[in-house]
Design a protein around this ligand. Structure first.
Ligand code: G1P
Ligand code: ZN
Length: 543
């Protein structure tokens, strides 16, 4: 096996976004594209000589090829060992767990999360640090800087490794441990949840449908739900990972998981429904006849977490991303626990989890998780819900209604305008930012602005400052609108408009969210001129 040095030149715009580098698959497959970025990661973390890494991905198109390249580059550059999932598969939370469990120097995760896969779809790569979490900004800044100076990389000339079976092998001087991607993760779940109680729930006739969306959670859900917990065979659907996710869009929300929504809204629906995304860190939660929005899910999980053995001693605190609704804040206040508001992106939760300030975290974008790993975790959320259902034996609809009666309801919706020309999106955003200072006191339709600012975050643990994290406008009604530009898109700009209104009148807790938000939606349009700027009559995606 020969080590070769390949001359290269910096490639434009290899800038990690909200969650690693995401690009069109064909861009990632272009000459030197992957290799340059891997080299930049290695350089950005001070080289890989003598280090151990975890490697795996969501199985999307190019996952297998990229894994072989990364292994050969790591071997050429003196890495001591790489732990890789069979067929280079690892869900994002399972990768995070392995990094922590095995004490490695971090890991590389191949995924573009919920974005479609395939030759025409998206691909992505991110580096997670030794705490198991996404690299914080100081690390991604170093990686980006390295992409701008990279001039060569070294790689081993070797045949592909056979990754189809567990076992330990060598690549040059480097040890490669190939392991079952599910086993360690399943063992961790067993320490957190009352598997006996959940087994008893299923044994009592409780029914569930889990839609793995042809993505990485299929094997995990089969093993844990049907295998260990005794859910009926067929509970897990679309459970075989495919390189293009069955031609679908593996994003667990009411738009892309419509089949699950339709089944859960039918009269003969199962008791519980859930879905997860491409790499297994997101979740969608439903009951018969009810959809539980991610912000509400976080609030209910916080209120009931003590029912699961792993959280029986209570939570140290909770954290939510700024655009996530304030529903969890109400629970935290009632329980007398700290509630942190962070910028969008899981990496901002890492310090709070590491420092023991927060136990549960969540984002409105279908992400919930806890301090068991340093990523959001789709199946974990499903299992915590199952544990709560096993303990309360209540229906999802009753749990949700009871929660709203007790805490009030934060009506919530996100409107996305996708693939907007970047200059148009920037004009809206920059124009609004310039007017923020003059908005307070102004009335737009039925609502009066109480506050308007650009969100910035001072990390209470390491003191780091993150500026320009979204524009937020609060109304005297308690409602709110937030404007953000997505940091994960691969085409044009995506404008996200987050809408929220608080309702405490018991007679008005059961309304359609878009109706309940009509005044906030109208005020958002009046304030920002969304239609005129984007040229769109309506959002592309409403969640
Ligand atoms: C989106 C979500 C964000 C999430 C991220 C990675 O980022 O909004 O909450 O952490 O994906 O899954 P965005 O595209 O908004 O930058
Ligand atoms: Zn994901």
């Amino acid at each position: 096996m020969q080590k070769i040095t390949v001359q290269t030149r910096p490639i434009d715009a290899q800038k990690p976004g909200t969650s690693g580098l995401r690009k069109k698959t064909h861009v990632f497959m272009g000459p030197h594209y992957l290799e340059n970025y891997v080299q930049a990661i290695f350089d950005g973390i001070g080289g890989v000589a003598g280090k151990r890494l975890v490697l795996g991905g969501d199985g999307r198109y190019f996952n297998d090829r990229a894994a072989q390249v990364i292994l050969r580059m790591a071997a050429a550059q003196g890495a001591a060992g790489v732990i890789v999932g069979v067929n280079a598969l690892l869900s994002t939370p399972a990768a995070s767990h392995l990094i922590r469990l095995r004490g490695t120097d971090g890991g590389l995760i191949l995924s573009a999360s919920h974005n479609p896969g395939g030759p025409e779809g998206d691909f992505g790569l991110k580096y997670n640090t030794p705490n198991g979490g996404p690299a914080p900004e100081n690390v991604t800044d170093r990686i980006f800087a390295a992409t701008q100076t990279v001039s060569q990389y070294t790689i081993l000339e070797a045949h592909d490794l056979d990754l189809t079976r567990p076992g330990t092998t060598a690549l040059g001087e480097m040890t490669v441990e190939i392991l079952d991607p599910v086993a360690d993760y399943a063992a961790l779940m067993e320490t957190l949840f009352d598997f006996d109680a959940i087994r008893a729930l299923f044994a009592s006739g409780f029914t569930m449908r889990f839609d793995a969306m042809h993505a990485v959670t299929g094997p995990y859900a089969h093993a844990i739900l049907e295998g260990m917990l005794g859910a009926a065979p067929g509970t897990v659907v679309n459970g075989t990972p495919s390189p293009d996710f069955g031609g679908g869009h593996p994003d667990p929300n009411p738009i892309w998981a419509k089949d699950l929504v339709d089944r859960m809204m039918a009269p003969d629906a199962p008791d519980f429904g859930a879905a997860s995304d491409g790499d297994g860190d997101r979740n969608m939660i439903m009951g018969r006849g009810v959809y539980v929005g991610p912000s509400d899910s976080l609030a209910l999980l916080t209120a009931h977490a003590h029912r699961a053995p792993g959280y029986a001693r209570g939570l140290k605190g909770v954290a939510r991303s700024m655009p996530t609704s304030g529903a969890v804040d109400r629970v935290a206040a009632a329980l007398g626990m700290a509630c942190y508001e962070t910028p969008t992106g899981w990496k901002f939760f890492g310090n709070l989890l590491d420092a023991g300030r927060a136990t549960l975290c969540g984002e409105e974008s279908a992400g919930t998780g806890s301090d068991h790993v340093r990523e959001k975790d789709g199946l974990w959320a499903v299992l915590l819900w199952l544990n709560i259902l096993a303990d309360t034996r209540a229906s999802m609809a009753d749990l949700l209604a009871g929660h709203w009666r007790r805490y009030g309801r934060n009506y919530y919706s996100r409107h996305d305008y996708e693939d907007v020309a970047a200059d148009r999106a920037n004009a809206l955003y920059d124009g609004l930012r310039a007017r923020l200072g003059s908005l307070a006191g102004q009335t737009f339709g039925a609502l009066t602005v109480a506050s308007a600012d650009e969100f910035a975050y001072d990390d209470p643990v390491d003191g780091s400052h993150s500026a320009a994290q979204g524009l937020r406008i609060g109304f005297t009604s308690g409602g709110r609108v937030v404007f953000r530009l997505s940091g994960t898109g691969t085409v044009g700009a995506t404008l996200r408009v987050y809408l929220e209104e608080v309702e405490t009148d018991p007679a008005r807790l059961d309304r359609d969210a878009q109706e309940a938000l009509a005044d906030v939606i109208a005020a958002a349009e009046a304030i920002a001129g969304i239609k005129a700027h984007t040229g769109r009559e309506a959002p592309d995606v409403i969640t």
